[in-house]
Design a protein around this ligand. Structure first.
Ligand SMILES: [Mn+2]
Length: 271
C-alpha cells in the first residue's frame, strides 16, 4: 500500500498514466494525492477528471488556481478562454457531478500532522495548523449555497499582506491567493504575482515563499506543492518539496513516493 503524490496534471491524463505505470500503481490498494491543477490548458480535461473520480477514496487532491477557475466559469462569473480547454467538460452531461466533486476538495490537506499538501505553498507567517484552519474556512463557503458569490469575489491580487483581522471577501481572496497563486513575496510578507520565473532570474526584491523563514514550521514538518513549473522542483530545502516539473509545457511530470521519498518522472516526449 503505497501513497504517491503527483505534481500538476493539467489535463494530461496520458502523462499521468505513463507515470503510474512506471511505479506499478495499483488503483485498488495504492493511494494517489494530487497537488491541484488537475485540469486547465491541457488536452484531456474530461478524461482526466473521469479517471481521477473513478479512483474513489484512493484519490484525493487539493485545489489549484485552474481548478477554481473552472468552477468560476461554470458558475458564470468568469468567461472561458480557448486556452483553458474546458469545452468537453462544460458540454458533458455529467458536468454537475464534476463540479460538486471539486467543490468538496480543500485548499490544503495534511498527510500526517507533519506534512502539508497545497497547490502553491504555505504563506510564511502561517503554521500548518493555521493553514488547515484557513483552508477549512474556504471549504465551508465553497460547499455552501454562497459558492458562486465567493467565486465572483475571488479574483484580484489585493490585499497582498495577511492580517488575522481580514474579513469576508478580502480574507477569502488572500487565503485563496496564498494557497493557489503564490510564488514570490516582497519584503517578506507581500504576495507578488508579477513574476513566474526561477528565483535566480527574478528581480532582487522578490524572494520565493519558501526562502522566507517560517518560525512556526519545525524541522520535522514538510510542505509538498506544485504550481511553479519554472522551479522544476528545485527548492534546495529538504522539507519543501516541489512537484510541478512542467509536463504541460513539454517537460516532465513528477510523482513522489511518500514513504521512500523517491521522486519518479516521465518526459512529455516519452511514449
Ligand atoms: Mn497553478
Amino acid at each position: 500500500m503505497a501513497t504517491y503524490i503527483v505534481g500538476d496534471i493539467q489535463a494530461c491524463l496520458s502523462g499521468l498514466q505513463k507515470l503510474l505505470k512506471k511505479v506499478n500503481f495499483c488503483p485498488k490498494t495504492d493511494k494517489l494525492i494530487a497537488v491541484g491543477d488537475l485540469i486547465g490548458r491541457g488536452p484531456e480535461a474530461l478524461d482526466t477528471l473521469e479517471y481521477l473520480m473513478g479512483l474513489g477514496n484512493n484519490f484525493d487532491t487539493v485545489l489549484g488556481n485552474h481548478d477554481l477557475h473552472f468552477l468560476a466559469i461554470y458558475a458564470g462569473v468568469r468567461k472561458a478562454k480557448a486556452s483553458d480547454k474546458f469545452d468537453d467538460l462544460l458540454a458533458s452531461p455529467k458536468i454537475e457531478t464534476y463540479i460538486d466533486w471539486l467543490r468538496q476538495k480543500p485548499l490544503a490537506l495534511t498527510l500526517d500532522k507533519q506534512t502539508l499538501i497545497c497547490h502553491a505553498g504555505l504563506y510564511p507567517q502561517w503554521s500548518i495548523k493555521q493553514g488547515v484552519k484557513y483552508s477549512k474556512e474556504i471549504s465551508q463557503i465553497l460547499g455552501s449555497s454562497q459558492w458562486k458569490i465567493f467565486l465572483a469575489n475571488m479574483y484580484g491580487s489585493q490585499p497582498n499582506i495577511w492580517h488575522d483581522k481580514l474579513k469576508g471577501a478580502e480574507r477569502n481572496r488572500f487565503i485563496v491567493n496564498a494557497f493557489t497563486r503564490m510564488r514570490f513575496l516582497e519584503q517578506k510578507s507581500a504576495l507578488n504575482f508579477d513574476c513566474k520565473s526561477t528565483p535566480e532570474d527574478a528581480p532582487k526584491k522578490l524572494e520565493p515563499w519558501f526562502n522566507i523563514t517560517n518560525s512556526q514550521l519545525t524541522k520535522h514538518q514538510s510542505i509538498i506543492f506544485g504550481h511553479w513549473a519554472a522551479l522544476q522542483g528545485k527548492t534546495r530545502l529538504k522539507n519543501i518539496i516541489g512537484l510541478d516539473t512542467g509536463y504541460l509545457w513539454g517537460l516532465s511530470m513528477t510523482l513522489l513516493d511518500f514513504d521512500t521519498k523517491i521522486k519518479y518522472s516521465v518526459e512529455n516526449k516519452e511514449k
